[in-house]
Structures are given as C-alpha cells and as structure tokens.
Design a protein around this ligand. Structure first.
Ligand code: NAD
Length: 467
C-alpha cells in the first residue's frame, strides 16, 4: 500500500511493484510509490481507449469546464504540491511554488482556446469546412527537471482537443504527477486521464504500444530519436521537445553590472537543468574580463542548499546520474579552460554542485559543444558579432538563443539570424502559454503551447459537400 497510487480508469490503484523516490538534497527516500507493470500500462491504454468515444463527443465547452476545474484544484493544493515538488526535484520552494502555479495557469490558458471549424466555402455550389478532430489516446512522457509545468504543456491541450491521455513522469520525479492524478480523479471522467509511474522502463513500451495514437515527448535528444524510431511501426504522431545548447551573445554596448546578473540567472536557474538555460555565453572581448569577474562574484554569493530551507537560491542536481555527468563536465573544463568560481561538489550529502564559471574556453571544448544541463557556465570570448552568431549556429541543437545589447535594433537584426526555435533579445527563456515553443534541428520536432501546440493534438478533416 502506498500514499502515491496510479490512476487507471478512474481508480487509484497500487502498482504491481513499489519504488522509493529519493530526495536529491538528502539522498534519503521521500516516499515509496506505486510502480506500474507492462500489464498496468495495457490497462491504462484500454481505459483511455474506452473513455475516448464519450470524451471526444463532449462539447468544447464541457471540456473547457473540466480544464478550469483542474486548474482550480491545482491552485487549491498549491502549497502541498510545491513542497512535494521541492522534495522530489530539489528546486527551491519559491521556484516550486511558481512552477505549480504556472501549471494551473497553463490549464486555464488552454481552456480559453477555440478549435472552431474553418468554413472555406459556403455558396450555391457547396460547403467546405476544415475541422480539427482528436487523435485518440495520447501518451505524455515527461522529464525530471520541470515535472509539473511540462505536464501542463501537454495534458490540457490534448484534453481540449478531445483526446484521452496517459501521463508518465520520469522515474526520479513521479510523486507530483501521481498526486495530481489523485487530485483530479473525481474531476475527469474515468479513463480520460490516466497516470502511471515507471522505473524508466515503460517509455519504450508506450511509444511501441498499438493503442496509443500520439506520443508527446519531452526529454533528451538521444531518447527522442528512440521515440521517433519506435513510433514508426504504428505510424504514431510524435512531438518531440528535446535537448538544447542555447547560445547567449552579449554585445559590446551593454552595462556590465546590470547585465551580468540577468545572464548569470539565465544560466543557473533550476541549477542549470533547463532545456532553454543559457548554456554557452559569448561575451565581446572589450568587456570579457569585467563580465567574467562579475559572474565569478555572483557564483560565490549564491546560496546553495536544500530547497526547503529559507533563503536557498539553488538546489541540488536532480539525480545521481546527472550529478556525476555534470562533475564530468567540470573535469573536462579544467583542461579546456580556467575555472574561476565553484568547481566541485558542495558538502558530502545531497547532489549539490557549486555554481561554476569557466573562462578562457572556446568552441570545440566539451563544455561548450555539448549540453551540460547543470550549474556550470562556459564564458567564451569573441570579437565580431556576426562571427559569434555563426559560432552559435554551428551546433546540432537549435532550441533557444539570445542577444543582449543596449542598441536593441542591432540585436534584433542579429537575432533574426539565429537558427533556433525561440530567440530572445535582452532576456532569455521567456516561455508563455500563448507562444508556440519548439526546437530547430536536433532540438525537436513540432511545437507545444499556443494555438500551434494545440493543433498538434488534432487531425485535420475536410468536410466537402456539393449542393
Ligand atoms: P530522458 O530522455 O532520459 O527521459 C525523459 C523521459 O523519457 C522520462 O520519462 C523517461 O522515463 C522516458 N524514457 C526513457 N527511455 C525511453 C524510451 N526508450 N522511449 C520513450 N521514453 C523513454 O531525459 P531526462 O534526462 O529526463 O531530461 C533531460 C533532457 O530533457 C535534457 O536533454 C533537456 O534539455 C531535455 N528537456 C527538453 C525540454 C524541451 O522542452 N525541449 C524540456 C525539458 C527537458
């Protein structure tokens, strides 16, 4: 028996197995939760299939009302969900609170959208309408860096379009998703939303499952390729939100003291575990030393600790594997550049890493070319802005990027040349529910959020009648 059960067919059920979830700040278990078997995945798919005809036949107003009720329920449980999120994910409680609130806001946003038929022709010769139909059962696969908000990128859009869903959180952060399942159990009709948890073994089963019509996936590029390959057999739709290696370019006219904290924040938010964190910082040679000094000062002042402790600005890495991976990036950076702040583990319990700044490092170094996904920022010198943009674009990734300048028109002109799904000027990682978000190149396929994101959960149907 567990406090954290699966939601299958409208019922909270124990898993065929149990698993412990570790608090990354203490390395102690937070809780034990239900772990689904392949058979329970099959049950969830069957429940979602059975619920589909009635759910897809409801009016959009009925579905909107359900989304608003879910948003209200998330808000009513804000404090509990935020605390649980900090315990399983590690982020500071204020950030966790913001994430949970954001999740409710995203449900509310999707409740405001329409999917009206577009009348293309209506005259004596005939009537033609372009309609948007639901796809069927949608599998939502979520990573561990933002378990709540990334679920809210997918689930409300899928539901509004008339699909039924199966949510699968990451193996190291299943608790908030399971809790949400419990919270919404009596709000959604049985089988419309199913929540399962796994030990990193059911994602592939979902992508291969013949009963699922679409996979909405957020995670690493490597796993994204596997999703696409195994979805091919059943010709499932996929949308893939994958890794990034965002370049942030600082032009030569900025005020160093004002700009440095914003750039530093763009790299260090969520301990750097953000798909659109600034992961390569290109700074003009005229202010390179001054900017590096500011970053080092800010890193030294940052309060790293348990997210539940007041005053904590940065929590631990989310899991041991990621902790070790980021420590490996630091080791390689010692050879490729000069570590001027941080540079190691903090304490001997919990997956804490000191905010680390590396200067005198260049393209070609592992820390610059690969996605570190941790609190380690490489600061790279450049002399010609056009050349900096070319270097920024010389990456397999194309998720986000930004240009920082006093002369924002000049920055806009350079921003247009960046090969990424989102480009910001004088800010970074500004995600909003009404703005489509997606990656270029190896950073993804398709987009989420906004009307474009909603449409990805639909099939176009043309109704064409002669008169
Ligand atoms: P991951 O790819 O290891 O895991 C993501 C999810 O996929 C988990 O739920 C996991 O259980 C599941 N999974 C594992 N194997 C699978 C398989 N064969 N088929 C289907 N699903 C499978 O990613 P992660 O380490 O949890 O997350 C970090 C990565 O995610 C980073 O690269 C980051 O940039 C990326 N990310 C991207 C976005 C975005 O919107 N583009 C957002 C957040 C994170």
């Amino acid at each position: 028996m567990s406090d954290y059960k699966l939601l299958i067919g409208g019922k909270l059920v124990d898993g065929d197995a149990q698993m412990d979830v570790v608090n990354p700040a203490t390395e102690d278990p937070v809780a034990s939760c239900a772990r689904a078997s392949k058979g329970q995945l099959d049950q969830a798919v069957a429940a979602a299939q059975a619920a589909f005809p009635a759910w897809s036949a409801t009016s959009i107003d009925e579905r909107r009302a359900v989304l608003v009720k879910i948003a209200d329920a998330i808000q009513a449980n804000l404090a509990d969900l935020a605390r649980l999120l900090t315990q399983e994910q590690g982020k500071p409680l204020a950030d966790a609170t913001g994430e949970v609130f954001g999740a409710s806001a995203f449900f509310r946003y999707f409740a405001s959208l329409n999917l009206d038929a577009r009348v293309v022709q209506d005259d004596d010769a005939g009537r033609v309408e372009v309609r948007r139909k639901p796809l069927g059962v949608v599998g939502c696969i979520i990573p561990w860096n933002f378990p709540m908000i990334l679920m809210a990128f997918k689930v409300p859009a899928a539901l509004l379009a008339g699909n039924t869903v199966i949510v699968k959180p990451a193996a190291t952060t299943p608790l908030t998703a399971l809790k949400l399942g419990e919270i919404i159990k009596d709000i959604v009709p049985p089988g419309v939303v199913n929540v399962i948890a796994d030990a990193n073994d059911l994602g592939g089963e979902m992508t291969r499952h013949p009963g699922i019509r679409k996979i909405s996936f957020t995670g690493s590029t490597e796993t994204g390729k596997k999703v696409m390959a195994s979805a091919a057999d059943a010709l499932k739709r996929v949308s893939l939100e994958l890794g990034g290696n965002d370049a942030l370019i600082v032009l030569d006219d900025v005020n160093v003291k004002e700009t440095a904290p914003k750039v530093f924040g763009a790299a260090m938010q969520n301990a750097g575990q953000v798909c659109i964190a600034a992961k390569r910082i290109y700074v003009h040679e005229s202010m390179y030393d001054a900017m590096c000094d500011e970053f080092a000062r800010l890193a030294g002042e940052m309060v790293v600790g348990d997210g539940l402790e007041q005053g904590t600005q940065m929590g631990p890495l989310q899991n041991k594997q990621q902790f070790e991976k980021v420590m490996g990036f630091i080791e390689s950076a010692r050879k490729d550049g000069k570590v001027i702040a941080g540079g190691g583990r903090k304490g001997d319990k919990g997956y804490f890493i000191q905010p680390t700044v590396v200067r005198d490092i260049a393209d070609g170094a592992k820390l610059v070319d690969e996605e570190q996904f941790g609190p380690v920022m490489p600061v790279i010198k450049y002399s010609d802005p056009a050349e900096a943009v070319r270097r920024a674009n010389a990456s397999i990734y194309g998720l986000g990027g930004s240009i920082w300048a006093k002369d924002s028109e000049r920055a806009w002109g350079l921003a247009e040349q960046m090969e990424s799904g989102s480009v910001w000027v004088n800010k970074h990682a500004d995600l909003q529910p009404h703005l489509p978000f997606g990656g270029a190149k190896f950073s993804g396929v398709g987009s989420e959020l906004g009307e474009e994101g909603l449409k990805e959960f639909t099939q176009v149907q043309v109704l064409n009648m002669a008169r």
